[in-house]
Design a binder for this molecule. Structure first.
Ligand code: SF4
Length: 361
């Protein structure tokens, strides 16, 4: 291969999402190691890779794969990405922070990573361990369902604020059981972090459409709840449609399917009205359903000024497969055309958070 055969950086990103990355011995030796000599943190199916930055521009969450032809090596003291013998570009490596590699604990003896995690420049707060939902592609619901105390979450958050640093916050973790005490608990978490830290850091929440309590899961209740979140200093929302095709929704995301697509779109529309364009996004999983279904999802979201986030399907079984790089490229280019038509950006906005999304950066 000579330089004229080189692809665009984003095409390498799609390749790396698919093939993963191998690490040369020299490179491995320079990296920080965890308790098992690991160099990354296997915390969640979409974030368990190593974040690398291609040519200081394009962020990729690349899974470690010794068999990949893509390799990070060292040349003249700098990290470089190679495909076989071809040098592609310089890379930066963003390893997980020390507390994640070393499984540092908070005062109750549990690892900080049970409560918060940092990826790039964002901290993720996880109020619920496990999940009430049973999305087929997710492994979070395999963990025992448990609510974390706000004190413990705050202790872990303060540790990271003092020892690591971050630019913005996402409150995510598992979805709640349909019980008023769980709704109230999450409301308390949103209010606590929003009021205490919302003026210092932008805080986003990832959630399924809901009202303030289980009896207000209707349009009026949605609006009241969303206004409350805004009042509590929450900056943005991630309301993930995941899939568009009803058969796939039933099979892969039964609880979200039960809420109904119509309610998702209404909740998202209200969220955009209250939080503003550019502050509401929605993940679409690419590679399970037909491309036309994914593009319909993109169009329906763009129509209501919500940013679509294209997320590659990551299988956790032997029957399904990651989408091929060419497939991701086709969806990306067609989605961009649709998004441009509606003057909407493909999300997420933060470059570092694009690491696991199908994107140009
Ligand atoms: S709602 Fe989210 S955390 Fe829960 S199973 Fe589905 S994808 Fe996983």
């Amino acid at each position: 291969m000579n330089n004229s055969n080189k692809k665009e950086l984003y095409e390498y990103k799609l390749d790396l999402l698919y093939y993963g990355i191998s690490i040369s011995k020299d490179c491995y030796n320079t990296l920080r190691k965890g308790t098992n000599n690991q160099i990354n943190n296997n915390d969640y199916i979409t974030t368990k890779g190593l974040i690398i930055v291609l040519d200081s521009k394009v962020y990729v969450n690349a899974n470690l794969n010794n068999d990949s032809y893509y390799k990070i090596d060292i040349l003249n003291g700098l990290y470089i990405l190679k495909y076989k013998d071809l040098i592609i570009c310089n890379v930066d490596i963003i390893q997980p922070p020390q507390f994640a590699l070393q499984l540092t604990k908070i005062s109750n003896g549990e690892p900080i990573t049970d409560y918060v995690n940092i990826h790039g420049d964002r901290i993720r707060i996880q109020p619920i361990e496990g999940c009430a939902n049973k999305c087929k592609f997710c492994d979070l619901n395999k963990k025992k369902y448990k609510l974390h105390s706000i004190n413990d979450l705050n202790e872990a958050f303060i540790y990271d604020m003092n020892n690591v640093g971050f630019r913005h916050v996402l409150i995510s973790g598992g979805s709640p059981l349909n019980r008023n005490e769980e709704y109230k608990y999450l409301n308390d978490v949103y209010e606590f972090f929003g009021k205490k830290y919302g003026n210092k850091f932008p805080i986003d929440i990832m959630l399924v459409p809901r009202g303030l309590n289980i009896d207000s899961n209707n349009y009026e209740g949605y609006e009241i709840f969303l206004k409350k979140l805004k009042e509590w200093n929450i900056s943005g929302l991630s309301i993930n449609l995941e899939l568009y095709n009803d058969d796939y929704r039933k099979k892969y995301i039964p609880q979200k399917d039960f809420v109904g697509k119509e309610k998702y779109f209404k909740f998202i529309e209200l969220a955009v009205k209250i939080f503003g364009k550019g502050n509401v996004r929605s993940c679409i999983i690419i590679g399970l359903e037909d491309i036309q279904d994914s593009l319909k999802a993109v169009e329906e979201l763009c129509k209501i000024d919500c940013m679509p986030v294209l997320s590659p399907y990551i299988p956790n079984d032997d029957e399904t497969f990651l989408p091929k790089p060419e497939f991701m490229k086709e969806v990306l280019l067609k989605s961009k055309e649709i998004a441009d038509k509606y003057n909407v950006e493909l999300g997420p906005i933060c470059d570092s958070c694009k690491h696991n999304a199908i994107h140009f950066r």
